[in-house]
Each structure stands twice: as C-alpha cells, then as structure tokens.
Design a protein. Structure first.
Length: 234
C-alpha cells in the first residue's frame, strides 16, 4: 500500500509541476517562443506523465500479485491444517472454512460464507443441552483469546453431535485494529471415549480389589471332633 501511495503521489506531483511550469511560461510570454519549441516542450510533459503513470500502474500490479500470492499461500496453509479453521469478519459473519471445518459443521464454503456464525457453528452444553455462548462474539467484544468450556457439543447441519475443543483469537492489522476472528476447533470424540474407558477400567479395578474374596479366605463350617470317624483296617 505504501508503494501505491508513493506512486500516486508522484503522478500528482508531476501534474502540479506541469501546471506550475505552464503558468510560469505564460507569464514569460511563452507565446513568443518558436512553435517547434512549444511542441517539444508539450511532448516532453506528456511523455513524462505517461512514464510516471506507467510506473505507478506497474507497481500497483506487482503489489496486487503479491497480495494474491500471500492470500493463496494463507488459504493453502489453512486447508492443510489437521484442525478445523473458520474465520469471520467484525460482524461475526463467516468468511472462510477449511475442509476439516466443512466436514465437522456440514456446511460448504459456498453456503456458509456471509452467514452469521451462529447459523453454521451450533454448540450446546453436553450435559444441560443449553446453548453455549458464541466464542467469536466474546472475542469481538473483549478483544481476547477465548477457549470453549469443557463438555461442549458441536451439532452439525445434519444433526450429528461431536464433542469439540475450541479456541478463538482476534485477527489484527498493522495498526492493532481487529479486522476479524479466527477460530480453531477439533473433534475430540476418540479422546473422550478413551477417557471414559480409562475411568471405567479404574472403577472396575477398585471395586474388584475391595469386594472380591480370595479362594482361601472363604469361611469353613465348624467341625466337631465327635463327628470324625476313623476306620482301622481289620
């Protein structure tokens, strides 16, 4: 942007300079100059203007190409991340989803872009089923990094429910102004199953150790000496 501004200022400065020169020559009785000299002077001014304008347009094109390449690199990087990534603008409207986010939410890039995040990212508490506050709204409100509470379920477009971990952070420009929000989340279903299985195993182990009797610890019936009979060989 700075290069573009410098180029535009150069063009404007040349135009002002040409106007000043034209005014100066007018006061110096430029009409008395030879007609050929006036034509040469006019051609020089026109060529100078064309040169600076072309230089400005080329710099503008180079900057546009650089911005496009950076944007494509950014999109490629987000698309290759193993976690789901969504971005929004300052109004909380979706601007981008990578392929993982599309898979988990059930929304395609074309259908989700421009919609409020609440429409495409429906989350509830796993235990109470109560709606969970949109993390993007809090980021925009407070300007801080926000993480989801435990036991949060993501309900996809088709009704599929998945436990997720999530964090959201503001996107800032060079002036530290918030221009959007990026949200990263992942499906933790397998981890939740592993944690549940481990808890069940620990519970069974504790119960078994406390309640099971060893074979030799089983109480035996009292044996009276009078009930024992011994038979001797004849």
């Amino acid at each position: 942007m700075k290069t573009l501004d410098r180029g535009l200022l150069s063009v404007m400065a040349l135009v002002v300079l040409l106007l000043l020169l034209n005014t100066w020559f007018a006061y110096q009785n430029i009409r008395q100059m030879h007609e050929d000299a006036r034509i040469v002077f006019a051609l020089v001014m026109v060529l100078g203007f064309i040169f600076l304008l072309r230089r400005h347009l080329l710099a503008r094109e180079r900057n546009a190409n650089a911005i496009y390449e950076q944007r494509e690199t950014f999109r490629t990087t987000l698309a290759s991340i193993g976690d789901a990534v969504m971005t929004t603008d300052t109004e909380g409207r979706v601007t981008y989803l990578n392929t993982v986010a599309q898979s988990l939410t059930g929304w395609t890039q074309e259908d989700a872009v421009g919609r409020p995040l609440e429409n495409t990212f429906h989350i509830v508490n796993e235990q109470t089923r109560a709606p969970v506050e949109n993390p993007v709204a809090r980021v925009l409100r407070e300007g801080v990094i926000v993480g989801l509470a435990n036991h949060t379920l993501l309900i996809a477009k088709d009704g599929t429910e998945r436990p997720i971990d999530d964090s959201a952070a503001p996107i800032r420009d060079r002036g530290e102004n918030t221009v959007g929000v990026v949200m990263v989340f992942r499906d933790v279903t397998e981890r939740r199953h592993a944690e549940t299985a481990l808890q069940d195993a620990n519970t069974r182990s504790k119960n078994g150790y406390g309640n099971e009797r060893q074979p030799w610890s089983k109480p035996t019936r009292n044996i009276k000496p009078s009930s024992i009979k011994v038979y001797l060989p004849a």
